[in-house]
Design a protein around this ligand. Structure first.
Ligand SMILES: [Zn+2]
Length: 265
């Protein structure tokens, strides 16, 4: 092989390493499952009855599977064209986060607030579980803002010693009013001013791959709007139940929250 050809091979390997999303076989991680040659028709794959994202990679069909945060370590079966294919999920200890909050409204909600939260949950879940069946070319994401990306996904949270649901996104530092951009092309699936999440945008990138942006000071897109990578969707803020401005960035596959760090280039 000439040195020039060798250099091209090295560059190709580096390119695929840099831009191909790697699997991470832990609760809250992502499995990439080979489904056969992409000359064949696209196979149907599901987990717990939810359709999975299937895309082409290197002449193969692969399912990109979100592993739910509450998955027990061991075998997790996905259904591929009627047959079970097993993923081996490893153990992962997410950190505990204990917060003491003086403002009781962070911890306890009134009946009226619970009604509101329930209604909002339905809007959010509908956006997260909607399967828009379009071809998906990849799942890599650009950072929505430039700030420091915390390893806060999966934190097991306690507010005043009361257990809360785990932290299902990544908190990124940002300044009030800083523009937040779409990390990949998509369609705005939902917007709203929600009790916990504040001003929120959800973007549907196809086949159940959905990203979420919370605590925005302003939303600059509308539901149903097409957005392109880099387009501003809102601005960083501190709306909802937060103590200061930052961006809560969530990424979802097959209706389940997975670690955004997996997709960021
Ligand atoms: Zn957060």
């Amino acid at each position: 092989m000439s040195s020039r050809a060798a250099l091209i091979v090295v560059l190709l390997i580096l390119t695929s390493l840099t831009f191909a999303t790697e699997q991470s076989l832990r609760p809250g991680g992502v499995a990439i499952v080979d489904l056969g040659n992409s000359d064949e028709p696209v196979p149907e794959a599901t987990l717990d009855g939810n359709p999975l994202l299937v895309m082409r990679r290197d002449e193969r069909w692969v399912a990109v599977v979100g592993i739910p945060l509450d998955t027990e370590p061991g075998s997790l079966g996905i259904n591929v064209a009627g047959k079970v294919s097993n993923i081996q999920v490893s153990e992962h200890a997410y950190r505990e986060q204990r917060l003491s909050v003086e403002n009781e409204s962070f911890v306890t909600q009134t009946e009226e607030q619970l009604d509101r939260i329930w209604g909002e949950r339905k809007i959010i879940d509908a956006a997260l579980t909607h399967f828009r069946n379009i071809p998906v070319a990849g799942v890599s994401l650009a950072a929505p803002i430039e700030g420091a990306q915390s390893a806060s996904f999966g934190y097991r949270r306690f507010f005043n010693d009361q257990p809360r649901s785990p932290h299902k996104g990544m908190d990124i530092s940002g300044n009030n009013g800083e523009p937040v951009s779409a990390p990949r092309d998509g369609v705005v699936a939902a917007i709203g001013d929600f009790f916990f999440n504040g001003n929120t945008v959800l973007i549907d990138h196809g086949q159940g791959f959905v990203t979420m942006y919370c605590h925005l000071s302003e939303i600059t897109v509308e539901k149903g709007q097409q957005v392109s990578t880099g387009e501003t969707i809102g601005t960083v803020g501190a709306t909802g139940r937060v103590t200061g401005p930052h961006l809560h960035f969530g990424t979802y596959l097959n209706g389940t929250a997975v670690d955004p760090a997996i997709f960021l280039n």
